[in-house]
Design a protein around this ligand. Structure first.
Ligand SMILES: *Cc1c(COP(=O)(O)O)cnc(C)c1O
Length: 228
């Protein structure tokens, strides 16, 4: 047992407890990768309407099994391979993990065929992290003018995942830098790009992320217990 499996006795209890600590404007995304359908239904019954998945195929299967719950919003939070772009557009309403201009351009090409433009976040790395995808700040700033041309995407915000092993102060600093980056992007006059959303914060750092202005937190273990 870790700390996470001891918070609250049931999924509903944990959803309730965590909701109470979040400002009402923060969207709580329940990260359900490797989580059973039964547990997802429990979370739904407790009011969760946003689910985050890392893999296209797992999400396709779950969407099918949960098709009686049509008001779920599905979020892709894991790296998207280019050969799964079309399937991802069919399953997900939001793609948080757009991590390169090439991927964004490919999404844009495929999204042309859809009535509803996919909402996406640009994944940034505030600190170098060899284990994580995403733009460095400099590269993102360079690519923005090309991203602004992608007429079939709705670019809504930034997403970030912090490297392991940071102190609380370093986490806060990195989240604040993400927010400052979003603010500075907003100050320019883009045709399409908007970065009002900040998708940041996981089980072990979401309270700090919220302090820094997160609008969406992605919580897995603290809701569902540890993954196998
Ligand atoms: C797995 C995952 C999460 C949830 O992590 P927990 O530690 O279980 O809260 C959030 N974001 C991303 C991108 C993930 O891959």
């Amino acid at each position: 047992m870790t700390a996470f499996s001891q918070v609250g006795a049931t999924i509903a209890g944990r959803v309730f407890q965590i909701r109470q600590t979040l400002p009402p404007s923060v969207r709580l995304i329940a990260v359900s990768k490797q989580v059973s359908i039964a547990a997802m239904r429990e979370a739904y019954a407790a009011g969760i309407r946003d689910f985050g998945e890392s893999r296209v195929q797992e999400a396709e299967e779950k969407r099918l099994q949960l098709r009686d719950l049509p008001d779920i919003t599905w979020h892709l939070i894991g790296h998207l391979q280019s050969n799964k772009v079309q399937r991802a557009l069919e399953v997900f309403h939001w793609i948080h993990s757009v991590d390169s201009l090439k991927l964004a351009e490919r999404l844009n090409r495929y999204a042309a065929g859809y009535e509803q433009r996919p909402r996406i976040c640009l994944q940034v790395k505030l600190l170098p992290d060899p284990n994580k995808q995403g733009w460095s700040v400099g590269d993102l700033l360079t690519d923005l003018s090309q991203l602004d041309q992608l007429e079939h995407l709705e670019i809504c915000g930034l997403m970030t995942i912090l490297p392991l092993g940071l102190s609380e102060a370093e986490k806060l600093e990195a989240f604040l830098q993400t927010r400052n980056l979003a603010d500075s992007i907003c100050q320019k006059d883009w045709q399409r790009i908007q970065v009002k959303e900040l998708s940041m914060g996981m089980s072990n750092d979401y309270t700090i992320a919220v302090q820094a202005g997160a609008t969406m937190v992605r919580l897995g273990r603290i809701l569902f217990g540890d993954r196998p």
